[in-house]
Design a protein around this ligand. Structure first.
Ligand code: NDP
Ligand SMILES: O=C1O[C@H](COP(=O)(O)O)[C@@H](O)[C@H](O)[C@H]1O
Length: 662
């Protein structure tokens, strides 16, 4: 083990067990620190290359530095970038917000947001030393004058240190100076952008076009009108080439993979259309509710917060035609084409909900608020590829799980062999998070002498296929793109206008109709049941994972009953009516009538499964019509040799049904 690694582990262990304070930083350690149970992976023990000479001097100013986004995403991403040597160790990092905090208090806040027990303290301490804090209003010239002063002082020191390291005299010619990048990160609601950018310009901070890069968060505006106004306003102070409109879902590994999956694999293109696809779902579910963000969220709601941007971007990538190349311009061309074909959302195709307790949240000042925390919308794309396919966008907070995924449901095999005609439809799932992966749900013959068909997963779960530890956070990746002046994964103004066009009318309709209130739902559930009724209108049983779609309990053990019933000359339905039980069994598990070696113990079912011996119950009964399909719709009679059990779930996936979880 290297000396660095030993030192690193020792520090990490110390931090992990010290719950009061940290000697090196003097900062409090977050209370819920897990003890270090596993050795630190080698890649986490890297220390910053203090004192290295970089060819570019970097400054990052985070506006809204005390907010949720800055704490949860921006600062951890900046820290990881510095840790991995993608952000220079001498970068000047300034947090700016309204709260009158000292730099020490602010560092403590940042420390808590970047803390991880498996990372040694030294890189963290180094990062925190690069961070200072300035406070002021977002639209007040005096505050920006003060910011400029602080910024210039820090940058002058940064340059002086650089010269010392590079051995260059203070009066050396300009050609020997490093270039500079200034990144302005707007971690604030978009109505504040113009004031900030105007003040940056007027105060003389943002002057050199080449130097400045502005990161603008979503949602960009509140509707088509405000988006257009904001674009026009910002055009007065920013040029398009320095504007980076971020949608962090575009930086997620599985989303970045979508075009590769679709266009580098011939197996997909032929079936990627309305002839073969029955429906597409784009799902974002979060357990967390407001998390103190009422000031922002209550003005926007989940349609503007997540659906108009993240989910619509995913929709565009799933449905666009093949681009001429993977260049940003060519991808944009195709996104624009497909987004132009999406019909504006109709009120009848939308269900909105609000979780019980939302109005009692401390950060909600309007106690009558009708802001939606849940929405399911069905969109339609009017083009030859997608006519007739429902696209379901679902987003919700305070739900039963954290999950983001795309589910592509295929149609039944046309003219299928009778015995296989009731096999569940195929489904392709692109799991964005957690447990990133891509998997198919297919029908497969269960290995063995008997003929049993069961749904199975064909699996590309990243954890099991790629041995590269944790995937980089989307923000880390996208901020790195900004540092490299790479705009290929940022949102163009034209895409924005089109995506607002889809949602603006219905958002106005909701706002105007005062009696149109969101349906209440309990925290920790799947959301309002009304959403499933909307699903039924489009031929699905319910929205969500559809892991189990049966009206009754899932049945996995058909063959045991089936073979017995066949030999006795009794049909499955008759056997069921006589009380023959199918024990719920996952694929791979032994039947109750099998010995430890899997051999059949007895011809007949065990004594307690004998017809008549077992009371009929909804959990052990083989239904006369065995099951419905995954895809929902009306119940489909399954042939007796086709099981309707869930697909085998790999580790990390819940095998509970949605209804069981509720
Ligand atoms: N939180 C997240 O996970 C994500 C957020 N975003 C986007 O980032 C932006 C900020 O979100 P988030 O950090 O959650 O929001 P917060 O509510 O935490 O506020 C962020 C910052 O904006 C300031 N602010 C908020 N409202 C006002 C206001 N009315 N007037 C002046 N200042 C205000 C806050 O100042 P003060 O504390 O003084 O009120 C704070 O400094 C939003 O556009 C959001 O969509 C994007 C992706 C993820
Ligand atoms: O943009 C947003 O995204 C977050 C969820 O991001 P994730 O990367 O953790 O999935 C969401 O909580 C927030 O409301 C929204 O503004």
């Amino acid at each position: 083990m290297s000396a660095v690694r030993k030192a690193s582990e020792a520090t990490a262990k110390k931090v992990a067990t010290d719950t009061d304070s940290d000697e090196e930083t003097g900062l409090r350690v977050p209370p819920k620190v897990m003890p270090l149970l596993v050795p630190i992976p080698e890649q986490l023990t890297k220390l910053p290359s203090f004192g290295a000479v970089h060819d570019e001097l970097t400054t990052v100013i985070v506006f809204g530095a005390d907010g949720n986004l800055a704490r949860r995403k921006t600062f951890p991403a900046l820290f990881n970038l510095m840790y991995k040597d993608h952000l220079a160790d001498d970068a000047v990092i300034i947090g700016y917000a309204r709260a009158p905090l000292s730099t020490t208090a602010f560092r403590e806040m940042v420390y808590r947001s970047i803390y991880a027990p498996t990372v040694a303290n030294q890189p963290r301490t180094h990062f925190l030393n690069q961070v200072t804090y300035e406070h002021g209003e977002f639209n007040e010239p005096a505050s920006f004058a003060a910011l400029r002063e602080a910024l210039e002082a820090r940058e002058a020191q940064q340059l002086a240190d650089w010269r010392v390291r590079a051995g260059i005299d203070a009066d050396a010619p300009a050609v020997q100076q490093p270039s500079r990048v200034r990144l302005y990160y707007m971690a604030v609601p978009s109505f504040l952008y113009y004031g900030i950018c105007l003040n940056l310009k007027d105060s003389g901070i943002a002057t050199h076009k080449k130097v400045d890069r502005f990161v603008l968060e979503k949602p960009f505006g509140r509707d088509s009108t405000t988006c257009n106004e904001l674009l026009a306003q910002l055009a007065l102070v920013l040029s398009e080439d320095v504007s980076y409109r971020i949608d962090h879902y575009l930086g997620k590994e599985l989303i970045m993979n979508l075009l590769v999956l679709r266009f580098a694999n011939i197996c997909f293109e032929a079936i990627w259309n309305h002839h073969h696809i029955a429906s597409v779902q784009v799902i974002f579910k979060e357990k967390v509710g407001l998390d103190g963000r009422g000031g922002y969220f209550d003005q926007y709601g989940v349609i503007r917060d997540v659906m108009q941007n993240h989910l619509t971007q995913i929709l565009a990538l799933v449905t666009m035609e093949q681009p001429l190349s993977l260049s940003a311009g060519h991808i944009l061309q195709e996104k624009i084409k497909v987004l132009s074909s999406v019909r504006p959302l109709a009120r009848k195709d939308l269900v909105i909900g609000q979780y019980a307790g939302y109005l009692d949240e401390e950060s909600i000042s309007n106690k009558q608020s009708r802001t939606e925390t849940f929405a399911v919308a069905v969109l339609h794309i009017n083009n030859p590829r997608w006519a007739g396919v429902p696209f379901v966008l679902k987003a919700g907070k305070a739900l039963n799980e954290n999950r983001a995924e795309v589910r592509i449901r295929f149609k039944n095999v046309p003219g299928a062999i009778p015995e296989l005609s009731a096999c569940p439809e195929n489904e392709l799932i692109i799991r964005v998070q957690p447990n990133e992966g891509i998997y198919w749900k297919i029908s497969n013959k269960v290995p063995g002498l008997h003929f049993e068909v069961a749904p199975m997963r064909m699996d590309l779960t990243y954890q099991s296929k790629y041995d590269q530890g944790e995937l980089p956070e989307a923000y880390e990746r996208l901020i790195l793109h900004v540092l490299n002046a790479d705009k290929s994964h940022f949102v163009h103004a034209d895409e924005l206008k089109l995506s607002w066009h889809i949602f603006s009318a219905v958002l106005h309709e909701l706002e105007a109709a005062e009696d149109d209130r969101p349906v209440p739902y309990m925290r920790g559930t799947r959301g309002p049941a009304l959403a499933d009724e909307l699903a039924q209108r489009y031929g699905m049983r319910k929205f969500g994972s559809q892991r189990f779609e049966s009206n009754t309990a899932p049945v996995a053990n058909v063959p045991a009953v089936d073979r017995w019933a066949t030999r006795k000359g009794v049909g499955v339905a008759a056997a069921a009516a006589n009380g023959v039980a199918g024990t719920h069994r996952r694929s791979g598990e032994r039947r109750s009538s099998e010995g430890a070696d899997g051999a059949q113990r007895n011809d007949a079912p065990p004594r307690n499964e004998w017809p008549g011996a077992l009371p009929l119950s909804s959990t052990n009964l083989v239904p006369p019509v065995a099951a419905t399909s995954w895809a929902g719709g009306s119940p489909v009679a399954m042939p007796r040799n086709v099981s309707s059990s869930s697909c085998d779930e790999p580790p990390g996936f819940s095998t509970q049904s949605e209804s069981t979880r509720r």
